[in-house]
Design a protein around this ligand. Sequence first.
Ligand code: WT7
Length: 669
Amino acid sequence: MSTTLGNLSTETRAFAPPPELTAQANVTAAAYDEAAPDAPAFWARQAERLTWVRKWDQVLDWSNPPFAKWFVGGELNIAYNCVDRHVEAGRGEKVAIHWEGEPGDSRTITYADLLRSVSQAANTLTELGVTAGDRVAVYLPMIPEAVVAMLACARIGAPHSVVFGGYSVEALATRIQDAGAKVVITADGGYRRGSPSALKPTVDDAVARCPSVERVLVVRRTGEDVAWGEKDLWWHETVEQASDQHEPQAFDSEHPLFILYTSGTTGRPKGILHTTGGYLTQVSYTHWSVFDLKVDTDVHWCAADIGWITGHSHLVYGPLSNGATQVMYEGTPDTPHHGRFWEIVDKYRVSILYTAPTLIRTMMKWGDDVPAGYDLSSLRILGSVGEPINPEAWMWYRKHIGHDNAPVVDTWWQTETGGMMISPLPGVTATKPGSAMTPLPGITADVVDDAAESVPNGGGFLVLRGPWPAMLRTIWGDDKRFIDTYWSRFGAGAGAGDEWIYFTGDGAKRDEDGALWLLGRVDDIMVVSGHNISTTEVESALVSHPVVAEAAVVGAADPITGQAIAAFVIARSNVDTTGRAGEELTIDLRNHVAKTLGPIAKPRVVFVAELPKTRSGKIMRRLLKDVAENRTLGDVSTLLDSTVMDLIKAGYGTPAGSDVSAIRRSTAP
Ligand code: WT7
């Protein structure tokens, strides 16, 4: 990758941490120095945060790379660490979860409540014949039973496989089959966009294709009628009637904790396997350090679904291992109105908010006056994850949500890394809008060229050097695919040198201060007249124009330049993109990009009402490329809303400035 990649955009704004935050921060700059000489020793100190039944004999076994073992010989119970020990320490009455249902119902769950429910669920699963090592699939809406189910599985050593509640029969069945799940935990349905949305029929169809499933445990949430089969059991007739006494048993540090499927851009889903001691150590430490968690006063809210790694690590295992109080919300941000999120922040006095750039850009589109109608003064730390955050979206988040004072922590990590890897520390780091800044203490990330040589300044491939505690251990049932996918691009796995280098699949650039800027998946990087141009940079340039809320950019085959840049742009509310006004705006945007990045990056611009996104909110550029290259669309099965593509296709053929009102519609993120 040529260094042109890194030379297009520059960002000069920087924000020092608020002095009052620095004065009381959980972590100081010393953490980096402590970790640098000996990362395993650093992680061994962080592992002391947990309660171990048996201490480890060896911190790290990396004798058979890329298969790592952390805290070898150590034994612990994850559910005990997330629940029992807080109750034993006299914090049973502390709120663990403020749950908010979409229709406006709510529940308050203390740590003592959680202990009773998790014990009951563990007893029920055991009665159903689930033993350590058996897999349990969880397909639930965002209700407290989802957390209870996961912790109950962890308590009895049965790896859970949580499948996002929006996935189809096909996706659910494939995942149940691949994991060979014995039990499925689901619900009649959940609430989405103001009405009940059924889950049970999807499970019925999937289970009919999955002979491994012996029992289906069903939570009653909506009360709608459901078909009932011989494998089905109601949660309230089993779990809620079971004994609430359960003795947790310790498991080996490398005992499998969960499988989480990630589909990536292509190919069949990969079952990412995470284990016990190392995973909990890293998520507990990063949740505490990156959010500067003050356990007695903070109210944490991770808005991600439990079906994603963000939900696993920052709604379940991170906050609960730390004994935090948090908010869990069932529904969508636009139900019943665009201010729902801010209403929840004010209601529970949320102090730490963790969400995704897609949500921030949607909020930008809805307008500044929405958050302006709320107090939001309780917020002190704002987190972002999932995609590169455009500098303008970062600034908007800080200004309109963080009252121009709350630090924004842009956290880079993956399902595969299990825990956060690259992020500012809010009391230490002077942040730059749009940059994830530097690797966390104990983590080594690098930007390298094709030959795995470090690029001190400029763009290249983002890699991770050296094992880290929460790293994936393998792809479930497919060690070869694990090696091929992550370890065969650079270093020992590619037959060069002794070092095993993990390839993230992301492009990044390192600036003159050593800060890292994520540039998107390397598969998306465009080559225009021999220059590598990152989709992220062109998108950020577009978003920095005042009329733009969101943009997706792709390279479309072009006989002259190799690839030509096509930009699909969503305007902010109330911007007229029709007729003559639209025509002028497209010219304006082309010139704006040329001015910001250089004439080579000038895109063709088309206004759209929606962008194709995965269910976790990532833009699916592959499909836009199909449109721009006038091809039949590829696999659309992971798309959130499949009608979006028809509208975009219809709009793409129309010349700039023509009336696109027909393709405007008002679906929410
Ligand atoms: C991919 C991993 C980790 C939780 C959610 C996503 C992209 C993630 C950032 C960020 C730029 C980011 C990367 C990464 N990504 N966080 N802060 N800045 N890009 O987990 O679904 O496994 O996706 O998301 O491309 O590789 P995931």
